[in-house]
Write a protein that binds this ligand. Structure first.
Ligand code: NAD
Ligand code: MG
Length: 345
């Protein structure tokens, strides 16, 4: 029996994880948390808000599934990595922000870090074959794919929340519309696979069928295909190293063409800014993430426009020093500072 602690149980990933756990005899939900929604009775141990470490200590999980949204997911990520408890990671923001600190904690703890993010789950499976030469992340392009800056000026939160292929929580859905999600994923891939940024490529792939591709030194590339359904990577992370059946139907390869194009990083600045922040290193990725979280909230509240998100993040990145954080307290300080630099709209 695998004991699972699920953080962010009421969200999009959290609810699908509960479905996966309930369908599988070998998986047991021993603890669950949420940010603010009541979850009494969902698991033997539950918690709403606050520091999850006491809950995790008491639960003694074999796997921590971190499905919290945003930098708030830092604590469970570090808790699991430090202790060598297997971390199934949906919360990309914590790995992006913590970067080297998270990797150092993983080295000390010695446990497994298994990505739940669909592209990284795909790359993880492809990269198990041999040392990757380079990585390719696919992006649907979101609801505004192909639009010009002028056409993005006045788009509304409702339009941004209508994702063409994935059904997800509001923050990541807006991130998919700005391509910040792909930006965060480039940094996530850098830390997960130790591949330098210049060897992490992004291609737009509207149908979201090919999730990722690993190129090898002999010129061969291995791709991972599947329906855009998060139950597959969630199930893979929870049952790893085994592969369990899921209710997801087999892929029909003749249903649609598998087209790929280059991303428009002039219009979708958040992808280019993420690369810049990643290459600069230190706490630049933390600042990128923090500023984005605040800007997305302001956009969803109708206080700023869609294009302001990238403008604000760029402004904040120009004002922070990006000095590396020596510990979690310094990282939290860098996160706070970057948030404070976003003007109140
Ligand atoms: P969501 O908004 O649907 O759910 C977020 C969950 O986090 C909720 O349970 C909420 O209560 C909880 N939460 C929020 N603030 C918290 C706090 N301070 N402390 C504890 N819990 C808190 O988000 P989601 O779409 O499920 O995404 C969760 C994470 O998974 C994000 O990092 C996202 O980038 C990543 N992810 C999601 C998808 C997807 O398909 N939804 C795909 C890939 C990666
Ligand atoms: Mg993803």
């Amino acid at each position: 029996m695998k004991r699972i602690a699920l953080l962010g149980a009421t969200g999009s990933i959290g609810r699908q994880a509960i479905e996966v756990i309930r369908a599988r005899d070998g998986l047991q939900l021993v603890a669950a948390s949420s940010g603010s929604t009541p979850i009494d009775g969902l698991a033997p141990l539950t918690q709403v808000g606050g520091d999850p470490s006491v809950l995790l200590e008491r639960a003694e999980p074999d796997v921590v599934l971190n499905a919290v949204v945003g930098f708030a997911g830092l604590a469970p990520t570090m808790w699991a990595l430090e202790r060598g408890v297997t971390l199934a990671l949906a919360n990309k923001e914590s790995l992006v922000a913590a970067g080297e600190l998270a990797l150092a904690a993983r080295r000390r703890g010695g446990g497994a870090l298994i990505p739940v993010d669909s592209e990284h789950s795909a790359l993880f499976q492809c990269a198990s074959v041999d040392e990757p030469e380079s990585l390719v992340l696919t992006a649907s392009g979101g609801p505004f794919r192909g639009r010009t800056r002028d056409e993005l000026e006045a788009v509304t939160p409702e339009e941004a929340l209508a994702h063409p292929t994935w059904s997800m929580g509001p923050k990541i859905t807006v991130d998919s519309a700005t391509l910040a999600n792909k930006g965060l994923e480039v940094i996530e891939a850098h830390f997960l696979f130790g591949v330098p940024y210049e060897r992490i490529e992004v291609v737009i792939h509207p149908p979201s069928i090919v999730h990722g591709l690993v190129r090898f030194r002999d010129g061969a590339a291995i791709a991972h295909l599947g329906h855009p359904d998060m139950r597959v990577p969630i199930s893979y992370a929870l049952t790893y190293p085994e592969r369990a059946p899921t209710p997801v139907r087999p892929l029909d390869l003749t249903a649609q063409p598998l087209e790929f194009r280059e991303p428009d990083t002039e219009t979708f600045r958040m992808l280019a800014l993420a690369r810049e922040a990643g290459e600069k290193g230190g706490t630049y990725p933390c600042a990128y993430n923090a500023a984005n979280e605040v800007a997305v909230e302001q956009f969803l509240d109708g206080r700023i426009g869609f294009l302001d998100i990238a403008a604000l993040v760029e402004e904040v990145l120009g004002r922070v020093d990006g000095a590396p954080a020596r510990d979690v307290a310094e990282l939290e300080e860098a996160d706070r500072r970057a948030r404070g630099l976003v003007p109140v709209a």
